[in-house]
Design a protein around this ligand. Structure first.
Ligand code: GAL
Length: 365
């Protein structure tokens, strides 16, 4: 009799341990955003969760603080919680080990905005037309400087995004494609390092912004102003995103050659960040490329829904193509980025309600 009781007790404890050990948390979709020092990811995380819940899914958002080890732990946690799908923008390819773990568990993965590289463990990528982002930046410089009618050489210095972010090379390619003819004709002269192609990763490192950190860009701009650009008056700076653009403006404003809005070079950007809306309205930053995260999040969750329901995805407002991860081609959906300057910033970003009235009050709008 005693033996039977002991056996029952062991089975009972094992059952409880099994249940609590692999108890599913009920989270359907894990949303892993890379960092918060670039403001746009906070907005993206919120919009993704909002869209997931609107379709009846439970979702959890994490931020990796630009630390891939930290983000990997967050993704492992999603796996333990039994998520069915993960939406992720990584920091670097150090993520690939946990992507493999997720795949082993049958978890689908959507690469969000930044392409997951050197991995074959996912099938879908959702982003904006990357090259067009760069083309809009380059064309904005051409238009702002009226290069088609230039009678004297104009001077530009170049900044790239984080060297661990595959997107950064496409942004640069798009800009170079439109600027190159003016450079080749000597109408536009590059001051400082000049990667002649987006595949020249060695030279790209010299214009890159590690981790997309604004303070890195500010330091580099300060060094340029007292170094390579000392004997020039810069007419433009190619900046890959808004925090880098604003950092470049700050460095310029501290230099006697550029210390008023009228003397600033044309500075580009990307992401339509709130602080940049103010800079554009003040004339400090010439443009940004608006990538409406409301649209990106909506399209991503529509894709997630189709995947989870095993339906053929049909994502309105996107162009379907493929991108290669160096391991395989993945099905890719591209949304259309929009040029924003002083002329249309109110209509595109403010009147469209992208920022709340409270947020706009913080910048005095
Ligand atoms: C890229 C993204 C850009 C910008 C940048 C900095 O991957 O495509 O829009 O956000 O990261 O976070």
């Amino acid at each position: 009799m005693k033996k039977v009781l002991v056996t029952y007790l062991i089975l009972l404890l094992a059952g409880v341990a099994l249940f609590t050990g692999c108890q599913k948390s009920g989270i359907d979709i894990g949303i892993a955003m890379p960092e918060t020092h670039v403001a746009r990811w906070v907005t993206d995380g919120a919009k993704l969760k909002e869209n997931a819940e609107a379709l009846g899914y439970t979702a959890e958002v994490t931020f990796g603080d630009a630390d891939q080890t930290k983000q990997n732990k967050q993704i492992q946690d999603f796996i333990t919680k039994g998520v069915k799908l993960i939406v992720v923008a990584s920091i670097n390819t150090g993520i690939n080990t946990v992507l493999a773990d997720a795949k082993k568990e049958g978890i689908e993965i959507i690469s969000y905005d930044r392409l997951l590289m050197d991995s074959g463990d996912f099938n879908y990528y959702m982003t904006f037309n990357l090259e067009k982002v760069g083309t809009l930046q380059g064309q904005a410089i051409i238009d702002a400087l009226d290069l088609d009618n230039a009678t004297e050489t104009k001077y530009i210095t170049l900044f790239g995004g984080s060297p661990t972010d595959n997107n950064a090379y496409f942004f640069y390619k798009g800009a170079l494609d439109v600027l190159r003819p003016y450079i080749d004709k000597g109408i536009l002269q590059v001051v400082g390092p000049f990667p002649k192609t987006h595949t020249d990763k060695e030279t790209f490192q010299q214009i890159a912004t590690p981790g997309w950190r604004a303070e890195e860009a500010k330091k580099r701009m300060e060094n340029l102003l007292t170094g390579d650009a000392k004997d020039y008056v810069l007419d433009a700076v190619l900046a890959p995103n808004d925090p880098v653009g604003r950092a470049i403006v700050e460095a310029c404003m501290n230099d006697a050659k550029y210390d008023s809005i009228a003397k600033l070079p044309v500075v580009t950007g990307q992401d339509g960040e709130l602080a940049t809306v103010q800079y554009i309205l003040e004339g400090k930053q010439y443009m940004t490329v608006f990538k409406d995260s409301r649209e990106l999040a909506k399209a991503t969750i529509q894709l997630a829904d189709a995947i989870l329901k095993k339906k053929t995805p049909n994502i309105p407002g996107t162009v379907k193509t493929t991108f290669n991860t160096n391991v395989k081609d993945v099905t890719t959906y591209l949304l259309d980025p929009v040029l924003v300057t002083k002329d249309n910033v109110k209509k595109i970003i403010i009147d469209s309600g992208y920022y709340t009235p409270e947020e706009l009050k913080t910048i005095g709008q």
